[in-house]
Design a protein around this ligand. Structure first.
Ligand SMILES: [Zn+2]
Length: 314
């Protein structure tokens, strides 16, 4: 447990809660659900003080059946704009943990942007959100659309950080996120999932003042490297047998730009066909931080507290 080692004020910068991901639920992927109270129970048990959380990637603004069966996005009629319900339910669930949880609202640059922004302004004015989250694959578009849709301008103007999914696919390539950072130098961005271990992008981020990178879920990234999985890029700096010293290598390169997150509940990820991408518990991800503390206390304080506070509040 972190607190027994003297690690206080740890923040987990990447978690999902407050509902169900309809897409994963219908497809049969596990997990697909997490309540805010379950997330907080896991975090407190492990000695993690605070968490950043956002809704699951998918929104039932879209017809889930059409999306699953035909890969097509059409409005379901359940919501007036994307993430209306998901964001509303999340912030209301988070109220009981106020002070210990930083809710981010999900955004979709494809449609009904004005309605989304009006709602975000309402949440912001009542102190209910601390940032925005964008998922490329869930929205079916690249991060560059945050520029043309006006979301980047809105976020920069309101001092709201944006956390963006990244991956090896064309829509999720970290280069798109770096382009936003260049055009909006005062906007704080976080590239999720260690930029899928894209060395070139990681090196570039290490030289930028407004772009952060999260290491979530680190044990799943280690497992992907161990299996030679194409979900991550090669060569990279991970030794799957030594997660803590691998994370230290990334810290030594990234210093002030690296932040720690778990992607809970996706510390475990089992696909519908039974393929296990990772099968860890929240406490396993926390143990990597405990092991890292044994090698470098400074790295732990930076990635669990100082850098995360800088990303959140500037
Ligand atoms: Zn995530």
């Amino acid at each position: 447990m972190l607190k027994e080692l003297g690690i206080r004020n740890a923040i987990d910068c990447h978690t999902h809660s407050g509902g169900t991901d309809a897409y994963n639920y219908f497809v049969g992927n596990l997990p697909h659900t997490q309540a805010v109270s379950d997330l907080m129970f896991k975090a407190r048990l492990a000695g993690v003080d605070k968490v950043v959380t956002f809704p699951f990637p998918g929104s039932t603004y879209y017809n889930t059946r059409t999306l699953v069966l035909e890969g097509r996005r059409e409005p379901s009629g359940f919501q007036d704009f994307p993430y209306q319900t998901e964001n509303r339910v999340l912030v209301s669930d988070c109220e009981q943990f106020k002070g210990d949880i930083f809710p981010f609202a999900c955004i979709d640059p494809n449609t009904e942007v004005h309605k989304q922004i009006d709602f975000l302004r309402e949440l912001l004015d009542s102190g209910k959100i601390y940032g925005l989250k964008f998922h490329t694959l869930a929205c079916g578009c690249g991060a560059e659309k945050l520029i043309t849709s006006g979301f980047a301008e809105f976020a920069q103007g309101n001092n709201l950080p944006i956390l963006v999914h990244s991956g090896p696919d064309a829509l999720s390539r970290p280069g798109n996120i770096l382009e936003i950072g260049r055009q909006f130098p005062k906007l704080r961005l976080c590239v999720a999932h260690l930029a899928a271990l894209d060395q070139e992008a990681i090196f570039e981020i290490s030289r930028m003042g407004n772009i952060y990178i999260d290491c979530s879920p680190f044990l799943q990234l280690c497992a992907a490297v161990s299996e030679g999985n194409t979900s991550v890029k090669y060569p990279n700096m991970i030794d799957p047998l030594k997660p803590a010293s691998s994370l230290l290598r990334y810290y030594q390169l990234m210093k002030g730009n690296l932040v720690w997150g778990t992607d809970e509940p996706w510390t475990t990820s089992i696909e519908a066909d039974g393929v296990v991408r990772s099968k860890h518990a929240y406490s396993d991800e926390v143990r990597v931080i405990e092991d890292l503390f044994g090698i470098s206390e400074q790295a732990v304080v930076a990635i669990t507290t100082i850098n995360t506070q800088n990303f959140l509040f500037g």
